[in-house]
Ligand binder design. Structure first.
Ligand SMILES: *Cc1c(COP(=O)(O)O)cnc(C)c1O
Length: 362
């Protein structure tokens, strides 16, 4: 059977070479006669992949020496609370740019454990774009400025990151980490659930500045909720999600072997341009609700002329072994998630199908 073209938003498609490597090593990994899953996280074999995965993040993103890579659990959703718990001092506040669903959740959690304010929002436009720098109203005393680099649900993405001035910049990059080269050193912390662009579910990637962790207030925090705990033990304070980290390592090796982030960007722009180009060409059938300057190259959201046609589109695509094209339940419509691992040839198959669907149903 041919591999299904998987356009789910997450967990999402993984690079075939990363899966095949896992298959080949599944029951006898690194000559141990065991799988990775069965091996002690204190063994020298596991230690090697743990650190290789960390080093690959540093290498691919060009992180400076102040950065450390953490492998945590609880998803990006736990970071929504852990971040303000560690960094908003009593009586203090943090700034958040609100670009929809995920930033709304981050703001909600920050207000449970501390206090935060909206430094900008595109809510008035239904989150169909990201705010511009000029629209931001930054508090110079903010503990940090938080952005969601890519809104997985609305299909918007920051093409340029806001300038936070002296304020530490934090990015939830759950759905676009490693999609292209970025100036990651402008950030104090970047976090992502792995299951969209960098691996399977079960591990949360946190890239964080050591010098910032030193400033955290942790006296009243449980040990596991302190960044410094995981930083000082290289994410081996307790048992890490070793199989997920192993898979992330396989994915990062694939990224590197393909030419790193510059190669990812070239692939991703090619894929996005195929879809957005089709919307321009067949503009009376397909429509992007997102403003052109904010369109995501990871989650391409689109509408058809009616909800009936959208339903039919999703069903017929599935019959052609293309899955996950239904939009998020909160917004409706259709969505093609075309993360790093989606091959350009897969997007071409989708585009050909969409052209034919419009011809027959238009
Ligand atoms: C999926 C997603 C999350 C939630 O991630 P979990 O790992 O499921 O907690 C947070 N932020 C963004 C931008 C996402 O796309």
């Amino acid at each position: 059977m041919e591999r299904t073209l998987n356009f789910y938003a997450g967990p999402a498609t993984l690079p075939l070479p990363a899966l095949e490597r896992a298959r080949d090593e599944f029951v006898n990994w690194a000559g141990t006669g065991m799988s990775v899953m069965e091996t002690s996280h204190r063994s020298k074999e596991y230690d090697q992949i743990h650190h290789e995965a960390m080093d690959l993040f540093k290498d691919l993103l060009g992180l400076d020496d102040d950065f450390e890579v953490l492998f945590l659990q609880g998803g990006a959703s736990s970071q929504f609370a852990m971040l303000p718990m560690n960094f908003i001092l009593p009586g203090g506040s943090a700034d958040y740019v609100n670009t929809g669903t995920w930033s709304v959740k981050a703001i909600k959690e920050a207000n449970i454990v501390a206090s935060c304010r909206e430094a900008g929002s595109s809510e008035a436009d239904g989150f169909t774009r990201v705010p511009t720098q000029g629209e931001l109203n930054l508090d110079p005393k903010a503990a940090y400025l938080h952005i969601t680099s890519n809104n997985t649900i609305k299909g918007t993405q920051f093409q340029d990151f806001p300038d936070a001035g002296e304020t530490p910049l934090v990015g939830d990059m759950s759905s676009d980490l490693l999609w292209r080269p970025i100036d990651a050193n402008r950030f104090s912390m970047i976090y992502a659930g792995a299951q969209k662009n960098v691996g399977p579910s079960g591990v949360t990637i946190v890239l964080i500045r050591k010098s910032w962790v030193e400033k955290a207030k942790v006296d009243n925090l449980p040990t596991m909720l302190r960044y410094v705990t995981h930083l000082s033990k290289e994410s081996l304070y307790n048992t890490p999600p070793s199989f997920s980290i192993y898979m992330v390592r396989n994915v990062l090796r694939w990224v590197k072997d393909l030419g790193g982030l510059a190669a990812m960007e070239e692939r991703n722009r090619m894929k996005g341009d195929l879809l957005y180009g089709l919307f321009n060409e067949l503009s009376d059938f397909y429509r992007s609700p997102v403003e052109p300057a904010s369109r995501s190259y990871m989650n391409v959201v689109f509408r058809l002329p009616s909800e009936e046609l959208e339903k039919k589109f999703v069903v017929e695509a599935q019959k052609n072994q293309m899955v996950g094209l239904k939009g998020h339940r909160s917004v409706g419509g259709c969505r093609a998630s075309i993360y790093n691992a989606m091959e350009p040839a897969g997007v071409q198959v989708l585009v050909d199908f969409m052209r034919e669907f419009a011809r027959v149903n238009g």
